[in-house]
Design a protein around this ligand. Structure first.
Ligand code: NAD
Ligand code: SER
Length: 338
């Protein structure tokens, strides 16, 4: 008998770190895959923790001989800034890697006869607002607007949302022996995430967490966007909650496959002010990198998440005040004190 498991790719990253704890706490057996080893205390709580590449099909062949997969949280990706430096590799990891995982989900569902939940963290990078003026005018952007990303990462995420929907609804639509694929694909378009216990790297929304972590460590921070640059953000515990919530939503309530989720919208200047309230000695300046700031200018200032609220009762626990005062500032302070 093979063990029933939940597979998490990109498990050693910022989201994986907290997600594993939450899923283990509710009794899931986790198989974690990442290029980087998991922290040993987290790895010990998993059924298996594998150091490997999602592009390695042999790795997954070996894995399914031992485990029966019922849910996949496919987190592995190259984030937006890193993807711009290596667009071909980004396409391979973000698109070919996702196809590998969708194929595995399909095969597993055929084997055990039950749907495999496929959770995909997409991003506000799927949007591409044409100018700063259009961004200011657009306000809260809904899922169907401005689907014209300007980054390789945004293109990869948007395409994978479509391929996921294809696998869920239209796979092999011309085959005589067509059967339901069993891939229950669900995507969330996350805003910039801010964790108190992990530091991001390779993203373009990183300017906010960078400021906070530098302040807590007593390091200077030169912010790479202008003070007015504005994005939607979310505290990491809410991001993990959102993934777990959407994974449990009854299929008949879902009216779409990809959902916006919002929490709060802040400019870089407002993040600086809140950071200074928590760490009054912080040394924060602004030294915009024009190219990276231009990417931020194509992402919306805020998102319309009414579909998620209506379909699966999405509601963030942390608005900006609570995120900074009750989660980020005290937890980061404690984290670096240790
Ligand atoms: P992260 O960079 O911290 O984690 C990604 C992990 O994927 C890393 O541990 C990395 O080693 C792993 N990885 C990369 N290539 C791999 C490969 N070929 N094989 C196996 N593992 C590989 O990022 P995160 O913040 O934890 O993001 C997780 C997911 O959420 C990503 O898909 C990201 O696009 C998405 N997302 C993140 C944010 C954010 O602000 N952090 C926002 C929107 C969406
Ligand atoms: N926060 C991520 C990034 O900046 C977007 O998904 O890459």
């Amino acid at each position: 008998m093979r063990k029933h498991v939940t597979l998490i790719t990109g498990a050693s990253g910022e989201i994986g770190h907290g997600l594993i704890e939450r899923l283990v706490a509710r009794g899931d057996d986790i198989v974690a895959v990442d290029l980087r080893p998991l922290d040993p205390p987290i790895a010990e709580r998993c059924a298996a923790s594998i150091v490997g590449d999602i592009l390695d099909e042999n790795l997954f062949s070996r894995l399914v001989s031992e485990f029966e997969i019922h849910a996949i949280y496919h987190l592995a990706a190259l984030l937006s800034t890193r993807s711009e430096y290596t667009p071909d590799t980004a396409h391979r990891v973000n698109v070919d890697g996702t196809l590998n995982l969708l194929r595995i989900a399909h095969e597993q569902a055929r084997w055990h006869g039950q749907p495999v939940r496929f959770l995909f963290p997409s991003s506000i990078a799927v949007y591409g607002l044409p100018s700063r003026a259009a961004k200011a005018k657009a306000g809260r952007v809904s899922e169907e607007q401005y689907n014209t990303p300007t980054t390789m990462y945004g293109c990869n995420k948007l395409y994978c949302e479509h391929v996921g929907r294809y696998y869920a609804l239209h796979f092999r639509q011309l085959a005589a022996d067509r059967a339901p694929t069993g891939v229950d694909f669900r995507a969330i378009r996350f805003p910039g995430l801010i964790s108190a216990i992990t530091q991001p790297s390779g993203g373009t929304s990183d300017f906010a967490p960078e400021m906070l972590h530098a302040a807590a460590k007593g390091d200077p921070c030169a912010c790479f966007v202008e003070e007015e640059a504005r994005l939607p953000f979310m505290a990491m515990p809410d991001a993990i909650d959102a993934l777990i919530h959407i994974s449990m939503a009854p299929a008949q309530r879902l009216t779409r496959r990809s959902y916006n989720v919002g929490a709060f919208s802040l400019s870089a200047g407002e993040v600086r002010d809140r950071t200074l309230r928590a760490f009054p000695k912080a040394d924060i300046s602004f030294s915009p990198d024009v190219a990276r700031a231009n990417i931020v200018a194509t992402w919306p200032a805020d998102v319309d998440d009414s579909a998620a609220r209506a379909d699966w009762d999405w509601k963030p626990a942390y608005d900006a005040d609570r995120a900074f005062d009750e989660y980020l500032a005290p937890t980061i302070r404690d984290f670096y004190r240790k």
